[in-house]
Design a binder for this molecule. Structure first.
Ligand code: BGC
Length: 517
């Protein structure tokens, strides 16, 4: 996912450099990193709604799904093994991102990308040829390990290769490629489900091999970043490399800054204990609250389980897969709105507007489902208007997320952490995100079974809480250079008591070599 080291705003410095072929290829590989993550997010819900897949691996779920329609529809997918199939990936990603942080730092970004690509490939292979549930889960765990490595190294690689002034947009660009990955998965599920013989799910799951191969080959042919080479003592080679990457001879200023930043970052001895100091309280609070709230919007209920959800609330298999394609398209388009507006309208506006929009939609969807399915989950015949309203409001909800908490949930943390705690804070951010992604994936189907339509009100409640949090506690960071970020806390009505009298945080140059971990 988008990570630290990408600096929106600027220090006022202009390093010379062009969008060279190097940089372009880098962007392609980085896009593959986002794509494969999105693909894995989107693919599992579709295959779990396919009959042939259920019959093979989860026959009890299949029987429940096709039992008499008067049976409680809310509970038809409630199976812990089925959710384990989706959620195991996030637990594995959490664990491997911890290992990957060391590999990325000590052995360079390329090696982490290579591991990521190979693990993805292995995971997709095992999944595509799966014969038993354990193979499915093993495949998801391998994919998860791959995500840990790729999400650690790809954004970092990207931010270090990209010319300085393109970094901000590349950050949300990575989120955009995640949403494209989700959409591709939804579209492929729709078509593969139509394959006669019922083996289309194998193509869906095995399809992840394509971006996996591109990342693997990319990591073999691409150069390591100058930052990483300097960090590992290859200073002379790093300069030549920087000249080639930027396509200009005159890279002295940027190069000197990289060397200085690397030296500075080596002085940061205890990033973890640093993080606990009182003056970093606002940063720690954001590193925990932002990813927590992002997941408690309930977005992944839609991203993981849209086809299953649409199926549960009365759509046929095909209509359910099609509706997932529609929400996927909305997700991509609304992310573009965010790229356009984030530096114009500011972060707070998008957060608050997105919050209100999501809240209204959640209440409407809960009311619609409640009205038709009631408490016993037995709807009788479902009229067309009902399906249209549900899909429409789910789309408006997805749009609300996709221009607020989706990209900003990654962008804001990456711009508020000062260098001396950046590595640790970013790890906290990623870990909290993965833990709650796992939790939502694991308990959603059970919650749907027990909370029924009230499930949407559960997430609506959190949307209210997070909007209040943003309103009172999140300062605007639009257009503020990284090196002046300290000032937003010092002038904040609440956070000032923690950071008062502190000198400015970080340094614009240092951010060039920021390490995620
Ligand atoms: C979130 C993911 C989510 C995706 C949806 C990302 O920002 O971290 O959990 O699935 O957005 O587009």
């Amino acid at each position: 996912m988008p990570a630290a080291g990408i600096a929106p705003g600027g220090s006022g410095k202009e390093y010379p450099g062009n969008l060279t072929p190097f940089v372009t290829v880098t962007c392609v590989v980085a896009a593959m990193g986002g794509l494969i993550f999105g693909y894995d997010i989107g693919i599992s819900g579709g295959v779990t709604s396919m009959d042939s897949f259920l019959l093979k691996f989860f026959p009890s779920v299949y029987r429940k799904k096709h039992a008499d329609d008067t049976v409680n529809q809310y509970c038809q997918y409630d199976s812990q093994t089925l959710t384990m199939f989706t959620s195991s990936l996030y637990l594995a990603a959490l664990l491997s991102s911890i290992v990957a942080s060391t590999v990325t730092r000590v052995f360079g970004r390329k090696l982490s990308m290579l591991f990521g690509g190979l693990l993805f490939f292995a995971g997709a292979l095992v999944n595509g040829f799966a014969q038993a549930v354990w193979m499915l889960i093993l495949g998801r765990i391998l994919l998860g390990f791959g995500i840990g490595f790729a999400n650690q190294s790809v954004p970092l690689y990207l931010s270090e290769m990209a010319p300085y002034r393109y970094r901000g947009s590349l950050n949300i660009g990575f989120q955009l490629s995640i949403t494209v990955g989700i959409l591709v998965a939804n579209v492929l599920n729709f078509f593969f489900n139509k394959i006669k013989g019922g083996w289309g799910w194998r193509l869906s799951l095995g399809g992840a091999m394509v971006p996996a191969l591109i990342i693997t080959i990319g990591s073999l042919v691409l150069p390591d970043t100058p930052n990483s080479m300097i960090e590992r003592g290859q200073t002379e080679e790093a300069k030549t490399k920087l000249q080639r990457i930027r396509g200009v001879e005159d890279v002295d200023e940027e190069f000197d800054d990289l060397v200085a930043a690397s030296a500075q970052s080596k002085l940061v001895e205890h990033p973890w204990t640093n993080l606990l100091q009182r003056k970093y309280r606002p940063h720690l609070a954001m590193a925990v609250c932002i990813p927590f709230f992002q997941q408690l919007t309930g977005i992944n209920v839609i991203m993981f389980y849209a086809p299953v959800l649409f199926n549960s609330i009365g759509f046929g298999d095909d209509a359910a897969l099609m509706s997932a394609v529609i929400t996927g398209i909305v997700n991509v388009c609304a992310t573009m709105v965010s790229i356009y507006g984030v530096d114009k309208w500011g972060r707070r506006f998008l957060f608050l507007e997105g919050g209100v929009q999501m809240l209204i939609c959640q209440v409407v969807v809960a009311a619609c489902i409640g009205a038709k399915f009631g408490i016993d989950g037995n709807p009788g015949d479902l009229p067309k208007w009902y399906s249209i309203i549900v899909v429409l409001f789910i789309c408006i909800y997805v749009a609300g997320f996709a221009w607020s908490w989706g990209p900003l949930g990654w962008l804001v943390p990456s711009e508020i952490f000062p260098l001396e705690i950046r590595s640790a804070a970013q790890s906290v951010n990623v870990s909290v995100n993965m833990i709650f992604t796992f939790a939502v994936a694991q308990i959603f189907l059970m919650m749907l079974c027990h909370l029924k339509f009230g499930l949407f009100l559960f997430f609506a409640f959190f949307v209210v809480v997070m909007s209040i949090f943003v309103y009172f506690f999140l300062p605007e960071t639009k257009g503020i250079p990284i090196e002046e970020m300290g000032q937003v806390w010092r002038s904040h009505w609440y956070w000032s008591r923690f950071v008062e009298a502190e000198a400015g945080h970080g340094n614009g140059n240092m951010e060039m070599a920021a390490k995620v971990v």
